[in-house]
Write a protein of this length. Structure first.
Length: 292
């Protein structure tokens, strides 16, 4: 672990310089007080745990029905989970797949490409993990690394970045036209909420592995990531593969509405719309929800 000084960064918020040191066990009040409201979040309090568990249980029962339907019909589902670091991608995936049979519902979370993979067609390493008949596959980050992390952190060339944005709509059209259901989720969080979650991870012995030096390095590139995100959503949002944006400052509301979106989009056997409930459009909708 690096010393504290090496991990402290100076950030600018509303024209003010702020210092954030993730190794300091005390979370600054200016972060704590603004975290939930950050990014234009519409609720003043998080959803109660009891209410969350009741609603989640009803939705997870529907997801089990979805899995039986997929296995019976041979249909395929891909769900892409994207968002800033600490946006809640992993937790949303876990809530979605918790009671689905892992033999036909799996998570793909790839590490950095090997030397062999770097020499392949860019999409190749992802295609090799696509679902077969009856499978549900969730990508914890995906081919969209080339639209966010890679150009911002200098891991790809400008030409590779532009080629990706141009090719991706056609690539995804092939996926959808072949009969695969494709969901693309962008989980959006406010800047102070990201800092709070980083701090929580750093000081939780069960979560500290989630915090990397890359996360810290990205803290000063918030605006760069915002620009890359906006261009990605604009250039790759199509009728056949739209983006669904989720306000995720409250993980509970984000997970519930994300799962509801999946369930409402699939015409599976035994579907109970009343059990699924209505989507909260303050939490889940299109790119117009984005605020930094």
């Amino acid at each position: 672990m690096a010393d504290q000084k090496s991990r402290a960064v100076e950030l600018e918020f509303d024209g003010k310089k702020r210092v954030f040191d993730v190794d300091d066990p005390h979370l600054p009040e200016w972060i704590e007080e603004a975290a939930l409201d950050s990014g234009g979040y519409p609720y003043k309090k998080k959803l109660k745990e009891e209410d969350y568990q009741i609603e989640l249980y009803a939705l997870q029962k529907e997801l089990v029905k979805v899995q039986f339907w997929l296995q019976r019909t041979g249909k395929r589902v891909i769900a892409v989970f994207e968002g800033r670091d600490a946006a809640g991608k992993g937790g949303s995936i876990a809530a979605t797949l918790a009671y689905m049979n892992p033999r036909s519902a799996r998570v793909v979370a790839l590490t950095k490409p090997t030397e062999t993979e770097r020499g392949q067609w860019y999409f190749q390493r992802y295609v090799s993990h696509f679902p077969t008949a009856g499978e549900f596959v969730a990508f914890d980050r995906s081919w969209y690394n080339r639209a966010g992390v890679e150009p911002v952190m200098g891991f790809c060339t400008e030409g590779e970045y532009k080629d990706f944005l141009k090719a991706t709509p056609d690539f995804e059209r092939l996926i959808v036209n072949d009969g695969t259901y494709l969901f693309k989720f962008w989980l959006n969080i406010g800047r102070e909420m990201q800092l709070k979650r980083f701090h929580d991870r750093r000081h939780d012995p069960l979560k500290v592995w989630k915090l990397s030096d890359m996360d810290i390095a990205a803290l000063t590139k918030w605006d760069d990531y915002s620009k890359a995100r906006d261009k990605m959503l604009k250039d790759t949002r199509t009728k056949h593969a739209p983006w669904t944006v989720i306000r995720a400052n409250d993980k509970r509301r984000a997970r519930l509405n994300l799962i509801r979106h999946i369930l409402h989009s699939l015409d599976y056997d035994g579907k109970e719309k009343q059990a699924i409930g209505a989507i909260d459009n303050e939490i889940l909708d299109g790119p117009e929800l984005l605020k930094d």
